[in-house]
Design a protein around this ligand. Structure first.
Ligand SMILES: NC(=O)NC1=NC(=O)NC1=O
Length: 174
């Protein structure tokens, strides 16, 4: 997707295209529309990262709370966003054994109880064994350490979702 196409988008088009780059946080895209014109698609990605980094602790916690649990209730209920469903599927979370699903649910609950926000990891860069291992090790971290770790994972999810958007646009113009 040419950055000039992005720069010509109305706010409505911009939010429609980029509104779920940060899971269920279309406000961030609506805010970043003000930064047009972007000199490159990388500058847009940096905009997402800078916006997230500029938030207070509560704001960052709010972003994390908009992320569904991995292999959680929403996956079972079929209410995940298209992006999250695809990411969780790629990590093998849609075909867990009942023992792994139970373990994941227990660890997610323990993590959320301890930190007040959900465990977040870029599922596409992981798999169910590593996710379980990360959950078991990170639940022992300190609050602020985990907040920052989750936020870095959100940025990784954003980077890959932006790449998907550009790749889909490139395919549709061929
Ligand atoms: N709690 C989470 O880590 N959620 C997610 N990770 C992803 O990669 N996509 C999600 O929805």
């Amino acid at each position: 997707m040419d950055v000039q196409v992005v720069n010509c988008m109305t706010c409505e088009e911009f939010v429609r295209v980029f509104g779920n780059v940060v899971e269920r946080c279309p406000l961030i895209a609506a805010a970043l529309w003000s930064r047009r014109p972007f000199s490159s698609t990388l500058e847009l990605e940096n905009g997402f990262n800078e916006f997230i980094d500029s938030l207070s602790i509560e704001g960052k916690e709010g972003i994390l709370r908009c992320h569904p649990d991995l292999a959680g209730r929403e996956l079972l209920a079929g209410t995940l966003t298209v992006e999250s469903r695809g990411e969780q599927g790629q990590a093998g979370l849609t075909s867990l054994s009942s023992a792994d699903a139970l373990r994941m649910n227990q660890l997610n609950s323990q993590y959320k109880e301890q930190f007040g926000f959900p465990f977040v990891i870029c599922a596409r860069m992981s798999d169910k064994d590593r996710i379980l291992q990360q959950l078991e090790s990170r639940v022992r971290n300190q609050q602020l350490q985990e907040l920052q770790c989750d936020i870095e994972e959100v940025k990784s999810i954003c980077r890959l979702r932006l790449q998907d958007i550009y790749n889909r646009a490139a395919k549709s113009t061929k």
